[in-house]
Design a protein around this ligand. Structure first.
Ligand code: ZN
Ligand code: ZN
Length: 597
């Protein structure tokens, strides 16, 4: 998980980015890269004007004081914005642009198609009460120190002025909303209230504002909190005899998959591949478990059922874990170890001028995750990358034990590979070298998550963890989570899978604890498609590496592949593939722009 993406996800749901098809070539006014770059700038400027909340959380602060009211007029504006931009794009001949601009072109086109799809077909604004939520951006303005506090408070204050109209409009638009999303909206809004009821007041005290201003600001914050509480009460009291199902249905699912994931494969094809992958992993896990059995269980007879056999080994091995008070230092110690392994095996060049800063999880993130990355935004590419590590202090012994079994000696290392080295952090350092803002802003989640998953396996394949079978077994469990996320998401939203079957899949076939499985069920009933990104990206990157290896034959080097792949930024894998496998492209050259020295 990456925190930046978390904010983006919140904002995107409030925006209803939506769709339309076909980039029919219009009259050609410009075909060169310089003209295209100039167009990109005006595109972004217009995009931010349309989407002030999104702009704020990406680090563009011109519109911080604005809150758009989600009414028919603003949706019409979004749709015509998309139409105008698609028309502008059609004036460029995409084939004449360089690789980087070609990918930008596709990303912009996809985004505009997605806007139209969301607003005209998906219509989440009619059935998803959680898609209306102002709290994320307000929290961002308060917590991120990008400008002097007094200035941020002033913008916060002005932005609050539209909160009553915003929620009035939400109540007008919602018709027979999804029950699960109604509950989620209540929960999230009640959780966000403290921003208006407490955090804002605490910040005002620190800012030394004139007393009269302070009073005005606090009055408006109170009014805002009342409106937000009123929205939750309205939702709870809503008479809703025929709620829409939380399941998207096959048609909408396939379309959403196409715009959100941007894979060259369909949702059905990815589901089929994941189902095959699950069988493969089970076979491999059974082989390892049979070998390990005597080491842990001596002469005790092996269970006949291979899934039971695997489950018993996982359960036993999970007891190897650090003590609760060692959790943070264990992670801090792993980072240099991972770095030196990557260097000694020459897997990818690490840029020593962009060190990863390991820090204790900031207070406002507390309790969210054991470890996560905070990455600099597109407008602050030189900012620090932080690896936030949560403390287990204050956790009950039972809760800490369950958590530490999940992040045991083996999976804790996999977690650090995924989040940091050579996973998300390394990918981001490379992505930030690409000059394009478009790829940072419209970055592809499947590529980003896929890289992190791919990097875990790459480390193990190159001998990380001394080829210990325990490590491989635990990685397979971890990889099964991605695979089963995909199977689950597709089965639930496009195939009507029942809850009890879903829980059985996760506990019995993916070896998850009941609590984790229940949590996943909750997630799949309030999100769709996002859970596909991990496995889809992993599969596409692995397939691309295999194809590239074949193409390069004896000139193939893993490091060249990794650096070349990362040099395109956070782009959909299918477009990177197009560039990397192009005839006459890349042969033998480990591009100097990507080596990061
Ligand atoms: Zn991740
Ligand atoms: Zn224990």
């Amino acid at each position: 998980m990456i925190k930046k993406l978390l904010y983006t996800a919140i904002v995107i749901t409030t925006l209803f980015i939506g769709c339309k098809k076909d980039g029919s070539p219009g009259p050609q006014f410009a075909k060169d890269d310089a003209a295209f770059s100039a167009y990109e700038n005006s595109f972004l400027e217009a995009l931010w004007k349309q989407n002030p909340d999104w702009a704020t959380t990406e680090g563009y602060h011109k519109y911080d004081s604005l809150l758009m009211i989600p009414n028919d007029k603003s949706r019409d504006n979004q749709v015509s914005f998309a139409r105008v931009q698609l028309d502008s794009l059609s004036r460029f001949e995409v084939g004449t642009l360089n690789d980087a601009n070609k990918i930008d072109y596709h990303l912009m086109q996809n985004q505009m198609d997605q806007i139209q799809f969301s607003l005209q077909q998906l219509k989440q604004y009619q059935w998803d009460p959680s898609s209306y939520n102002v709290t994320g951006t307000f929290a961002y303005i308060l917590n991120e120190h990008y400008a002097p506090l007094a200035k941020r408070l002033r913008n916060f204050y002005e932005k609050m002025s539209n909160i009553p109209a915003y929620y009035k409009e939400a109540e007008k638009q919602l018709k027979n909303p999804v029950t699960e999303l109604t509950d989620l909206a209540v929960e999230q809004h009640l959780g966000g209230l403290s921003i208006f009821e407490k955090d804002f007041a605490d910040s005002i005290k620190k800012a030394n504002l004139p007393a009269a201003d302070q009073k005005q600001m606090l009055d408006r914050a109170k009014q805002s909190a009342d409106v937000i509480r009123g929205y939750t009460e309205w939702l709870k009291a809503l008479k809703n005899d025929h709620p829409r199902s939380f399941r998207l249905g096959k048609e909408l699912y396939n379309a959403k998959f196409k715009y959100d994931i941007q894979s060259e494969l369909t949702a059905q094809q990815i589901f089929n591949a994941a189902s095959e992958r699950k069988k493969y992993i089970h076979r491999e896990m059974a082989k390892i478990s049979k070998k390990l059995w005597p080491k842990y269980f001596g002469a005790k007879p092996m269970p006949a059922d291979s899934l039971d056999l695997i489950a018993q080994l996982i359960d036993t091995i999970s007891s190897k874990h650090v003590k609760p008070d060692e959790f943070q230092s264990a992670i801090a110690n792993l980072i240099p170890k991972l770095t030196s392994f990557v260097n000694s095996k020459s897997l990818v060049t690490m840029d020593p001028s962009k060190p990863l800063v390991v820090r204790k999880e900031p207070g406002y993130m507390a309790g969210v995750a054991g470890a996560s990355m905070s990455s600099p935004g597109p407008y602050d590419k030189d900012g620090n990358s932080y690896f936030n590590v949560g403390s287990l202090a204050g956790w009950s012994a039972e809760k800490a034990e369950s958590y530490l079994r999940e992040y045991n000696q083996y999976t804790l290392q996999i977690l650090c590979i995924h989040e940091a080295i050579p996973g998300h952090y390394v990918q981001l350092v490379y992505a930030n070298k690409a000059p394009s803002l478009i790829k940072s802003i419209l970055g592809n989640g499947a590529m980003i998550e896929g890289w992190a998953v791919y990097s875990e396996e790459m480390m193990l394949d190159n001998g990380y963890g001394n080829d210990e079978p325990e490590m491989r077994l635990m990685w397979y469990k971890w990889n099964l989570r991605s695979v089963c996320n995909t199977i689950l998401d597709y089965s639930v939203h496009a195939e009507n899978m029942a809850k009890q079957d879903a829980l059985k899949l996760l506990t019995h076939e993916a070896f998850q604890q009941q609590a984790e499985a229940e949590g996943k069920w909750k997630r799949v009933s309030v999100t769709s498609v996002q859970l596909d990104s991990y496995y889809t990206g992993y599969k596409e990157i692995t397939d691309l590496r295999d194809a590239y290896k074949k193409k390069m034959a004896d000139k193939y080097r893993l490091k060249d592949f990794n650096e070349k792949f990362l040099s395109y930024g956070s782009a959909p894998v299918k477009y990177i593939k197009e560039a990397m496998l192009a005839k006459g492209g890349v042969a033998g050259s480990s591009s100097s722009s990507s080596s990061g020295q």
